[in-house]
Design a protein around this ligand. Structure first.
Ligand code: AMP
Ligand code: ZN
Length: 114
């Protein structure tokens, strides 16, 4: 999608601090980090929201979690713990309509979230 911010990051048209990449997934640092580690894991393919997922995206979503696990481990947070969040829609706080898994670590994270 030419007007999608995260598709532009996938294409290399907008710079990002890349933390992980494979054939289907990339991850980069959130520009407005909410914790010492705040990564965004995204599929290279444009999917706007969780509502747009299809059955054949199941493996892709699994790969996003495997990337999150690796990023957290590489940053040294596997044992301490981390949070993965994917917001869906405006009421949940989704502002970029290309699905992304937030990976947050490095501070105590309150529950329930705001
Ligand atoms: P959400 O509110 O769940 O849609 O999350 C969108 C996230 O994208 C926010 O945490 C933003 O800080 C982050 N973000 C927006 N623009 C960029 C960018 N150019 N590079 C990295 N992260 C970004
Ligand atoms: Zn996109």
């Amino acid at each position: 999608m030419s007007d999608c911010l995260f598709c532009k990051i996938v294409a290399g048209d907008i710079p990002a601090e890349k933390l992980y990449e494979d054939d289907n997934v990339i991850a980069f640092s959130d520009i407005n980090a909410q914790a010492p580690l705040h990564a965004l894991v995204i599929p290279k393919k444009h999917i706007a929201t969780i509502n747009d997922l299809q059955a054949d995206d199941a493996e892709l979503i699994g790969r996003m979690y495997l990337a999150a696990k690796q990023i957290a481990a590489d940053a040294g947070y596997a044992e301490q713990g981390y949070r993965t969040v994917m917001n869906c829609g405006e009421s949940a706080g989704q502002t970029v309509f290309h699905i992304h898994l937030h990976v947050l670590a490095g501070r105590d994270l309150a529950w329930p979230p705001g």
